[in-house]
Write a protein that binds this ligand. Structure first.
Ligand code: ATP
Ligand code: FE2
Length: 328
């Protein structure tokens, strides 16, 4: 039985997952770079990854109860992501590839979110709403590629929520804090609703919320309204993609998908159109090594691999650039 070790290092998270051919997740270990204030500093995050990589690797092997020699496939997140962070994952992958004398599998981070969701939820051909800090995209399989059908025109929904939370001094990450505050209100304040075709935009909403906060609106009312507006926008574009593609499954991914109100809205939308709703456990919604390992294994079996010497990162890689030989 083939066993794959996958390395995730696109942004905050340095993760290593180990999975077998049957889809058993033997280990999923991670360390997350955090900042008290401000956003991610790419070089600092990379330094963090450098510091923790050996420890994460050791723990993952221990958790899986195997030795490095038992690994048959090594995969790494190739992009999209921050170059200094991606390089740390690449270097470790190359080192392991050479030690084990095996080829490497470069994996697209966004598609990995989708494939692990399919595995864990037994979804067949879903539309994925991928909502994290930096990413906000609606992705699905069509005409032999994973394609982006809708996305944010400015900032990611997680960054939008975090920026507002930081402005109000309630700390980082803002998502869980806004969710708690929102539970204390049912008072909907009018905000801009910004859907353009299949795309969404959040910067106008952010400015408006900041102005209302400065005017003295209650924070719980703003948190509640932020969620109602932003998540309705995301639910609307997901539904439009499902209708357009005639697909009957919705899969959530990304850290913002941990939000129960977003889950509820998507669930209601799916119920109304007789579609299935899937949401993996939080551990697999956020960035994780297991998803890189699982997609690595699928790609390896389809012979989509490279020599360790030729492996490289692709910080701006788009989902539809990736050949999808494992599904055809
Ligand atoms: P990438 O964008 O590369 O996938 P990331 O590290 O930004 O990586 P995640 O770890 O998937 O992304 O998600 C982090 C984001 O999720 C943060 O913006 C955080 O505020 C948000 N988040 C976490 N929990 C919740 C929640 N309960 N409600 C809303 N947002 C949440
Ligand atoms: Fe992610």
């Amino acid at each position: 039985m083939k066993i794959c070790l996958g390395i995730e290092s696109t942004a905050h998270t340095f993760g290593i997952g180990i999975v077998d051919e049957k889809g058993n997740i033997l280990a999923n270990v991670k360390e997350v770079y955090t900042t008290k204030q401000g956003g991610i500093v790419p070089l600092e995050a990379a330094e963090h990854h450098e510091k923790v990589k050996e420890k994460v690797l050791k723990l993952a092997l221990e958790k899986a109860g195997i030795k490095l020699d038992d690994i048959n496939v090594v995969s790494f997140s190739q992009g999209p992501g921050l170059a200094p962070c991606l390089l740390k994952g690449l270097f470790l992958a190359k080192k392991l590839g050479k030690e084990l004398s095996i080829d490497l599998v470069p994996v697209n981070h966004c598609i990995a979110h989708l494939e692990i969701g399919k595995l864990l939820c037994k979804a067949k051909d879903p539309v994925m709403l991928y909502v994290s800090g930096a990413n906000t995209q609606v992705i699905s399989y069509a005409s032999k590629r994973y394609r982006v059908f809708g996305e944010t025109l400015d900032i990611g929904v997680g960054n939008f929520i975090d920026s507002f939370a930081r402005y109000c001094g309630i700390g980082f990450p803002g998502g869980p804090k806004i969710e708690e505050l929102a539970k204390k209100s049912k008072n909907l304040v009018e905000l801009p609703y910004s859907v353009k075709g299949m795309d969404v935009a959040f910067s106008g909403l952010l400015t408006n919320l900041k102005q209302k906060y400065d005017k003295g609106y209650k924070l719980s009312d703003l948190a509640f309204s932020l969620q109602e507006y932003a998540f309705a926008m995301l639910t609307e574009v997901s539904e439009r993609a499902m209708a357009f593609l005639r697909k009957e499954e919705l899969l959530l991914a990304g850290g913002v998908a941990c939000n129960k109100r977003l889950q509820e809205m998507c669930k209601i939308m799916c119920k109304e159109r007789n579609a299935k709703f899937f949401c993996p456990p939080n551990e697999f919604l956020v960035d994780n090594g297991a998803m890189i390992a699982w997609l690595g294994l699928l790609m390896f079996k389809a012979n989509q691999k490279v020599k360790a010497d030729e492996a490289d990162i692709a910080p701006y890689q788009r989902s539809d650039e990736v050949k999808v030989s494992w599904l055809n």
